[in-house]
Ligand binder design. Structure first.
Ligand code: FA5
Ligand code: MG
Length: 480
């Protein structure tokens, strides 16, 4: 039984989380370690890098209302239906989302609160910072719990300053956003058939004005973060860091798709030689504002990954570090410090890679399939599979013709349960089908490395054996 949440995986039919009791059923797939993250509230710990990042972003949206205390336990209606996710969207699958029961999930994104926040109609603009939960890959930029900041701005067509149209009013607001001398690529048309204007509700001019207000607001955030990171590099005196920080900032808008915005875009930043996606955004679907009882409001929304931004800002190399209770990590950050500091890695402990190869269970009878994976789902493709809408999950064993009964995320979950933060990376290294028997084989490389100490080979072996045992027990694979 987990002391944090009084969760017992065996006979119990309910879970108590923070004083709230929820029934469990055959959809339940939350684990004690996931539930124990709920009480951490990293984005609210004053000197934590995620809280410092949150505060910096909030400072670029003066006058917005900030919500930082919303419960992560939401209904499937809030997380999916209210946002127009179709019933068969892969993000709803048990392999991607943590279910408490059939109707209750740990939010997979802060957009779960959009409808309620619009309905409360307390302000034109709002920000929501919160922990979100996704069954996902294991590597240095993915963790099953991370933090998002949602932002939205809407304007009420019925209460504009007299004598101005909605379009004129928004362009006036655009002029108030600080402009920066930075290279922004934005090659796509504002809208087109694949990413259409909501022509029943907005004119082209209104859509362009809202889109420009959205893009300028977020460019301002990214530039602010980069300037802070640059100052930190200079202050650190580290020559390599200083040289890297002098590279001109490059950002670009790429087209995206979300069920709850149209048109939609993602913002990417060129960082350490590659384009890094930092947020998704778009013009709010009018159906949501109508359902929220504010049909005369129109506007935009975005959702960004706070860890991604904090990793840029502080040069934090591994997402697991945010969860560290080690003082060598925590003591490096302070909300009081004037300016930001670069993270100085306290040590790099040796890695310990180990492979596990196995045969996938052969799809025989429907009942054996049922045992391995209780709900069938459309096989996730590597893009558009995540619960938020569009974050690609990278190399996924499910992208090929793998039978639905082996879900790569189930393996990831077993690794996390057995080895927790001592695993840095899990990667598919080999995959083949036996020419005669047709059986499918997979080989994964699991890299064990603690951020806080040197793991002994005996310890790594123990974790590895534990993982193998659970793979056989829970997924029905046969170790090769
Ligand atoms: C969403 O979650 C949408 N709700 C964003 C949105 C809001 C769009 C409002 C439109 C309007 P996405 O799944 O792409 O989208 O996630 C948003 C951001 O969260 C990503 O750009 C990335 O920065 C971050 N993110 C996604 N998955 C992870 C992860 N596993 N670990 C860390 N950060 C992640
Ligand atoms: Mg995305």
């Amino acid at each position: 039984i987990c002391s944090q949440c009084r969760y017992s995986s065996s006979a119990s039919t309910s879970i108590t989380i923070g004083g709230r009791t929820e029934q469990t059923d055959n959809w339940t797939n939350v684990t004690p370690s996931i539930l124990s993250s709920i009480s951490r509230r990293l984005h609210l710990q004053p000197d934590h890098p995620l809280a410092i990042t949150r505060t910096l972003i909030e400072s670029r949206f003066p006058g917005y209302k900030y919500h930082n205390n919303l419960s992560p336990i939401v209904t499937t209606a809030q997380n999916f239906d209210s946002l127009g996710f179709p019933g068969d969207h892969p993000g709803r699958a048990k392999s991607d989302t943590y279910y408490i029961n059939k109707d209750t999930v740990l939010r997979t994104h802060t957009s779960a609160h959009q409808l309620d926040t619009f309905r409360a109609n307390q302000s034109d603009g709002y920000l929501i910072a919160a922990d979100v939960y996704r069954r996902d890959a294991v590597d240095r930029s993915h963790y099953p719990v991370f933090h998002q900041m949602e932002g939205a701005m809407t304007w009420d067509r019925n209460s504009l300053p007299s004598g101005t149209t909605l379009e004129q009013h928004i362009w006036g607001e655009v002029d108030k956003i600080p402009r920066h001398d930075v290279k922004v690529e934005d090659p796509n048309p504002s809208f087109h058939d694949g990413n259409p204007l909501q022509a029943d509700y907005h004119s082209e001019g209104e859509c362009k004005a809202m889109a420009t207000h959205l893009k300028r607001s977020l460019e301002d955030v990214v530039v602010t973060i980069f300037n802070a990171a640059r100052d930190a590099a200079v202050r650190s005196g580290d020559k390599v860091a200083i040289r890297e920080s002098q590279e001109p900032l490059k950002i670009r808008w790429v087209e995206a798709y979300f069920p709850f915005t149209s048109p939609s875009w993602e913002l990417e930043v060129f960082w350490q030689g590659d384009w890094l996606e930092v947020l998704g955004s778009g013009i709010v679907k009018q159906s949501i504002l109508n359902d929220a009882g504010v049909p005369s409001r129109h506007g935009w929304a975005f959702g960004l990954g706070l860890e991604r931004i904090a990793m840029l800002l502080f040069s934090i190399p591994d997402i697991r570090l945010f969860w560290s209770a080690d003082n060598r990590f925590l003591s490096q950050f302070s909300a009081e410090k004037k300016g930001f500091t670069r993270f100085v890695p306290f040590s790099k402990y040796p890695e310990c890679p180990k492979d596990v190869a196995f045969w996938l269970p052969t799809p025989q009878t429907p009942s054996s399939q049922q045992a391995a994976h209780e709900t069938s789902k459309p096989t996730a493709t590597s893009s558009a599979s995540s619960a938020g809408g569009a974050e690609a999950t990278g190399s996924s064993a499910n992208a090929d013709a793998t039978p639905a009964l082996f879900q790569e995320n189930d393996l990831m979950e077993i690794v996390r349960n057995e080895a927790g933060a001592d695993v840095e990376d899990v990667r598919l290294t080999d995959s083949f089908t036996h020419p005669k028997t047709g059986r499918q084989s997979r080989c994964y490389r699991i890299v064990y490395r603690s951020l806080e100490r040197t793991l002994t080979n005996v310890e790594a072996n123990r974790m590895h054996e534990g993982i193998k045992t659970k793979l056989v027990e829970k997924l029905g694979v046969e170790i090769r």
